[in-house]
Design a protein. Sequence first.
Length: 337
Amino acid sequence: MVFNEHHKWLKKRDWPAVQDVMIDPDRDYDLLKRKYKERDEHGRLPHHWMAAKAQKHTHTLAFVGVYSIDFNKEALTTRDNKGETPIDIARRSGACAEIITLFSLTPEAARSLDCKGMSRLYAPVGYWWGAMVKWIQSRSYADCHKFIDEHDDELVRGVLKHDNSQLLREVACNSQVYSDSLVFLALRMIHRHPLSLMAKDTSFDFTALKYAGPSEYNACREIRNVLRLTPKYISSTPYPTLLRQHLPKKFIDEEIYGPYNTVCQFIKHMKYDKAELVEVEEPTLIYRMISLVMLPGATREKRVLHEGMLLLNRCIQEPGEGDGPTSVVLDFLRVKM
C-alpha cells in the first residue's frame, strides 16, 4: 500500500496540515488528485476518513472538505471494503451538519457547482478569506470594502479571524504605497477584531506590526501607526475618533460620513413636506420596498431623497452591528432623532 500522508492527517483531524498543502503556491494539482484517489488497507479514500472524524465543524475542515471533493468528485459515491460511502460514514459517526450536507452531494452536482460554487456554499469563510487575500495583494481595496458592506457581520468577523488573523498580516505585507482606502480598511479590520493586532503567525512568530517594519516589508508610515495601536485602545476608543486620528478630514467627510449627510437631507426634506412615501413594486427585487414620489423639486433632491430612503430601508432589512451602511445610519439616527 502506497503511503499517503493525507490519510494520516485526516485520521488525526489535522485539518490545518491538509489545508497548508492545498493552498501552497507551489502545490502540484496532479499529485494531489492522485493522492485523493488512493485507497488504504481498508479500501478507504481520504474522504472516508474525513467523514469519520468530522464531528466538530471548523472553517478549515469545511475548506478541506470542498477541495477534497474537487480533487475526486467520484469519491462521493465510492464504497470502502465494508461497502460504505463517505456520507454513510458521516451519518453513522455523527459528523457535523456542514460535512453531512457537503458529502450528500452527488458527483454530478459537485461538477455542476465546481470548486468555486462549492466553496461559496459550504466553506464561505475560506472562500471570502481567499478573495480578500487576492484583493489586498492586488491593492483592490474597493472590493474589500464592498465585501464588508454587503455581508453580515458574523461572516465578516469569521473571515477576519480565519487562519489566526492572517488577513491583517497580509495588509502589513502589502502596504508600501499609501492610500486613504488602505488605511480605512485596516481600521475597519481592527475595529471588528481588535485582538488581530496581537495575533502571530506560526512560521516566524510575527505580529502584523513586525511584518510592517522597515526590516521586513517596509509598510507605509500610516499603516505602521495603525498597527501600533493596542486592542485595549481600540476597544475603548469610539470608532469615529479612530477615523479622525488616522484619516484626512476630506476623506472622512466624503467617503465615511456621506451616509450621515444623505440621511440628514432626507429627514430635512421629509420634515418640510417636500416628499411623500408610497409603497411600490420594484421588478428587480424579490421583496417590496419603500420608494419616493417627489412633490415639485429639483432632480438632485430626488436623488438625495431616494438614496436616504434606500439607506433607511437597509436598516430595516439588514439589522446588525459593525461599521457598514446599516450601522452608520442607525448610529446617526440614535444620536440625531
